[in-house]
Design a protein around this ligand. Structure first.
Ligand SMILES: *Cc1c(COP(=O)(O)O)cnc(C)c1O
Length: 421
């Protein structure tokens, strides 16, 4: 075979092994060309919710292409987009009434940032600063890197990133410092928005914080006229135990971003859902107040049909029960690691479980990352640690036995690669 022309994402081609070629996916598994079945314990980068190729979603995609492929969404409309928007408004926290479509998590966040600045500008306020939480991740475009943690990932692009104000991560026992820092910043009246990953900071290391902190952040934001943007790209669609993580804090953000699980993880689609106030700040006889944003595939009808099938699955199948069972299993499954000397900081929120392996070096570039990946892959398990942070973020169809196998492998990895305190 001639050499591959593919440049893979987040991949150091000089040191990493040639990746297996996947020819088929089903349920909780991906299957290689050689016929090896690999358990997808990270939902293929957090997108697959029910399982790979849920029959109802596959059928919806097949059906959709019979009538509609792609149509421009400025000046034209279509039923799948209308129906999905109405379903999303029903499912989202109260007060979120307007759905703007795009095609990835990053673009949904870019849209949210532009909406926030447009809101203030069109309302006659000069607010343009964004407040972010330490260790956050919101995507890999220039704008979303700007509001995310600075580090080895974006050092080369630093000159292009805009300035933001960072408040500390609300670590256990230090939550008040986060709230105080936000209160100080929001007092000067220049902050346009606070952007948060509700309850779980994903790429930053599966860092978790309690719902009451989110509720307090919302309270402070509201009191100072600062918008709250909830980036639910990873946390949405049941991942944290509820449809959206904000529900656990009884918080309605001003803008909510959703993508990954929106189509059950089958095809790209994103939505930025905003309040009536934000929509109306852009609603004017003055055409300069238009929300100037689009991407080519905005509201692609096939993607909308897949998302509608996903919404139906949530309505017709016991998804909430599945999630509750999985969440309980994850919480119970991590118990054994709390007394294991090779691990620390065992934590779960809903279906997500994470724990830190004690090693000589920490951080994303820790030597241990690729070794762990290879170790799990040899055992037919797709696990992709964030540095020394091991986490399981499986599709909801994973069985108790499959989870058990994963915990056993993690235990073995601890003995093989971990160090004692
Ligand atoms: C994955 C992710 C994004 C970016 O989504 P893409 O679809 O990869 O652009 C944004 N925010 C959060 C919280 C994410 O986990």
């Amino acid at each position: 075979m001639s050499r591959s022309a593919v440049w893979h994402p987040f991949t150091q081609h000089a040191t990493e092994p040639v990746p297996p070629t996947i020819v088929r996916t089903e349920g909780a598994y991906v299957e290689t060309r050689e016929g090896k079945r690999i358990l997808d314990a990270i939902s293929s980068w957090w997108v697959i919710t029910h399982g790979h190729r849920h029959p109802k979603i596959v059928e919806a995609i097949r059906h959709a292409i019979e009538t509609l492929d792609q149509v421009i969404f400025a000046g034209l409309n279509h039923e799948p987009a209308e129906q999905l928007a109405s379903a999303l408004v029903d499912m989202a926290p109260p007060g979120l009434d307007w759905v703007f479509y795009s095609d990835s998590g990053s673009t949904s966040v870019e849209v949210a940032l532009k909406m926030a600045l447009g809101f203030h500008r069109n309302s006659g306020a000069a607010r343009a600063r964004i407040v972010v939480i330490e260790h956050s991740y919101h995507g890999d475009t220039i704008g979303t890197m700007s509001v995310g943690a600075r580090g080895v990932f974006n050092a080369a692009y630093e000159p292009l990133l805009f300035q933001v104000d960072t408040i500390p991560f609300p670590a256990a026992g230090q939550e008040q410092q986060t709230l105080d820092a936000f209160e100080r910043l929001s007092r000067d009246g220049e902050v346009a928005a606070l952007i948060v990953e509700p309850l779980v900071l994903g790429a930053g290391g599966m860092l978790m914080y309690p719902a009451w902190v989110l509720a307090e952040l919302k309270r402070i934001a509201e009191a100072s006229g600062t918008l709250l943007i909830a980036d639910e790209v990873m946390t949405g669609w049941g991942r944290t135990g509820t449809m959206f993580a904000c529900e656990q804090a009884s918080v309605s953000p001003d803008i909510l971003c959703t993508s990954k699980g929106l189509t059950g993880g089958t095809i790209p689609l994103a939505a930025t859902i905003a309040t009536d106030a934000i929509f109306h700040a852009h609603f004017s006889e003055d055409r300069k107040k238009t929300f100037f944003h689009s991407s080519s595939y905005t509201a692609n009808p096939i993607a909308c049909a897949a998302a509608l099938a996903n919404v139906e699955i949530w309505r017709d199948e016991p998804v909430a029960e599945r999630i509750a069972v999985l969440s309980a299993r994850q919480a119970a499954g991590l118990q054994r690691f709390r007394v294991n000397p090779y691990f620390t900081d065992c934590r779960t929120t809903g279906t997500i479980a994470a724990l830190d392996l004690r090693t000589g070096s920490a951080g994303y570039l820790a030597e241990i990352g690729p070794k762990l990946r290879a170790f799990f892959l040899e055992r037919g398990l797709l696990v992709r640690p964030l540095g020394n942070v091991l986490y399981l973020l499986p599709p909801y169809c994973i069985t108790s036995d499959e989870l058990g196998g994963l915990y056993d492998a993690i235990e073995e990895a601890g003995e093989r690669f971990g160090s004692r305190p």
